[in-house]
Write a protein that binds this ligand. Structure first.
Ligand SMILES: CC(C)(COP(=O)(O)OP(=O)(O)OC[C@H]1O[C@@H](n2cnc3c(N)ncnc32)[C@H](O)[C@@H]1OP(=O)(O)O)[C@@H](O)C(=O)NCCC(=O)NCCS
Length: 322
């Protein structure tokens, strides 16, 4: 159902591989507990479903649903019936607010609006073509950063964080809480246990994870960037976290680690042709880095909020067995 919907839901990216999709619906992308529900019609045929993330550390009043309806069964009220069901589950788990995101112009966007959701943040997805032109520009970008980043050294690794950097990586993940976010979203605090659990979910999805870090002269992990490659779509690299600790900002470390990441990927993943990244429109510094690298906007995404009580009160035109 997800793949069949992509030509209208999200046509500018290829379908994720099956193990990636399974990981998303089973474990989520952030390591929080998930519930997955499937809806069938009277004949037992699947018509839709939803994945519901129910965080247990921060955001305990929030739930994050992703509602999906088979393209051939849309506009019959099934999506609304699933949203009401998800709100019931969320309310039962003590949640009062549903938060989700949709691509602007996609059916999901109109659906969120029709449900009476409040629009919160605007994000852009950008794409970078990996070609000879980009490779030729990397040395120049690196040279621009060098005088500002004197005293820092770069480290890179694959998959799990080396033990000596576990605390440092946790601190940088926590620092990402500074990035623009919705007022009702509580930034996450990271520790080693949470980081290892998160790495486990990436490994379970079968993704390849690359990390580049900048380390200060005093040995502190100052900046970090990660890219995930889904073997099901090996020409695409998905930018995950990039963050610089507050006390190390102003040294062009954000650009430098992303340039180094492209060099790492050129040898480890020579088949890569595209990189994709999501940024809040308000995140000027990260957007400036992505502009310098040559990223171009392909789509905009909106985040939405809907009170659980308001979702439960929506009128139901279809009945589903979930
Ligand atoms: C979003 C989605 C779940 C909607 O499922 P659905 O069963 O078609 O939704 P409903 O029939 O309950 O639609 C309810 C209302 O939303 C609005 N809506 C839904 N799809 C729309 C579209 N393509 N264009 C305009 N309005 C739309 C309409 O107001 C509709 O009421 P109406 O049909 O009486 O006019 C479905 O399009 C989908 O699976 N999209 C991909 C996943 C996604 O983006 N999910 C949203 C993130 S939570």
């Amino acid at each position: 159902m997800h793949v069949a919907g992509l030509p209208v839901d999200d046509p500018s990216v290829p379908p994720m591989g099956l193990s990636q999709f399974r990981g998303w619906w089973a474990s989520g992308f952030s390591g929080n507990p998930m519930q997955a529900w499937l809806a069938t019609d009277d004949s037992g045929e699947p018509v839709g479903g939803y994945a519901l993330e129910l965080p247990v550390r921060e955001n305990r009043a929030n739930a994050f649903p992703f509602v999906l309806v088979s393209p051939s069964r849309r506009r019959q009220g099934i999506g609304t019936a699933l949203l009401i069901h998800a709100a019931g589950v969320a309310g039962g788990a003590g949640r009062s607010l549903l938060m989700s995101g949709t691509r602007m112009g996609a059916p999901g966007d109109a659906f969120a609006e029709a449900a009476g959701s409040r629009n919160c943040m605007l994000e852009a997805r950008r794409r970078l073509g990996i070609d000879a032109g980009l490779r030729a520009r990397l040395a120049g970008l690196r040279a621009q950063c060098a005088p500002h980043a004197a005293g820092y050294t770069l480290r890179s690794w694959r998959e799990r964080t080396p033990p000596e950097f576990l605390d440092g990586v946790s601190a940088v993940f926590t620092a990402l809480g500074d990035a623009p976010h919705e007022d009702s979203f509580e930034p996450e605090g990271w520790d080693v246990e949470r980081l290892r659990a998160f790495e486990d979910t990436i490994a379970e999805r079968g993704s390849r994870l690359y990390t580049v870090a900048a380390v200060s002269a005093a040995g502190e992990l100052a900046a970090l960037t990660q890219v995930e490659v889904d073997p099901g779509q090996p020409q695409w690299g998905w930018q995950e976290i990039t963050a610089v600790l507050r006390q190390h900002r102003g040294h062009r470390l954000g650009l430098l680690i992303k340039v180094e990441m492209l060099a790492v990927l050129a040898s480890a993943e020579p088949q890569l042709r595209q990189m994709a990244t999501y940024n809040s429109m308000e995140n000027e510094h990260m957007v400036a880095i992505n502009d310098a690298l040559g990223y171009q906007i392909t789509d905009h995404f909106r985040t939405w909020e809907l009170d659980v009580t308001a979702a439960i009160a929506l009128s139901r035109a279809a009945s589903v067995e979930a």
